[in-house]
Design a protein around this ligand. Sequence first.
Ligand code: B12
Length: 262
Amino acid sequence: MGEDRPYDDPSLTHGICPSCAVQFARGDELVDMTERVRDLMNRIFACASRADERAIPGLIAEAGTAGLSPASMLVGFLQPALYRAGRAWQEGCMSVVEEHRFTLWCERFLAQLPPRAPVTPVDLLILLAPGNAHSLGARFAAEFLDARGICTQVVVPEIPVFEAAKEIERLRPLVVGFSCALSSCLPEADRVVADLRARIDASWQGTFVLSGLALRAPNASWTSAAGAVVAVTLDDVERLVTTFRLPEPKPLPPQSPRPPIP
Ligand code: B12
């Protein structure tokens, strides 16, 4: 079948970037590290299920010692934990009360992460779509995009349209994103986009984007009647912001010395 010696070398070969391959010349240390992180993930889920808030500072410190950034803690621990909680509720293994406690625990965890520095100028302002109480998604998105160098501000909970218009005129972000968790949010957010276009000072040349859980399959092909961009992934939003950023001013070509005036 094409095997070659040595047959008994089970070292990690696939999926490791070259710098990690050098760092982990032997696979054992890398495997041990993933075990440590997996164990931490399980303890986070257990503490959230018990609503044990006293455990939060210790868990954050432990994750920091393991080299995880706040964004990695959110994407690696809390987001899958919330997904698991949602599944448990769907399958009838978690009551509504337990799910609410779990979610509150996640909010407290998020609140205890090191604060993000206030950012200006703002690339992306995230607002909640009308009727969307799922504020965690919008706040997580802000953390992740900030970690990718997209200066992001988020306003939760939902605000009225006239307040949104004032905030957009004040911050003048390149992109305004609406977080839509429920399918019913999509036409509502679209209505607000049309309303905001009519209200906001015409000198603001930014664009609107709709994103969030509601735009996963089967809604991914949903189109906005108000002309908002529909973003399914954070990469879509990152690309959009990047295209809107003003190009860096090009350095002037070296000037030849002016000839002396005769
Ligand atoms: C936590 C939760 C709640 C909490 C929210 C608390 C809070 N402060 O956020 C509470 C208890 C309030 C809640 C209420 C309800 N919920 Co709920 N909830 C969830 C749960 C378990 C997790 C959601 C979550 O936070 N995920 C983690 C975040 C980080 O992921 P995310 O939202 O996808 O966000 C990511 C991306 O989408 C993206 N993103 C999000 N917003 C934006 C915005 C921009 C601009 C960008 C670029 C990116 C972006 O970035 C994030 C990071 O990757 C899900 C289950 C699940 N499987 O997801 C159900 C779920 C979303 N809820 C659901 C429902 C039905 C409800 C209720 C109607 C229940 C009820 N009968 O009362 C209410 C509706 C309340 C309302 N009006 O909005 C359904 C939605 C089904 C659907 N497709 O319509 C789900 C899927 C559960 C289910 N399986 O049925 N919920």
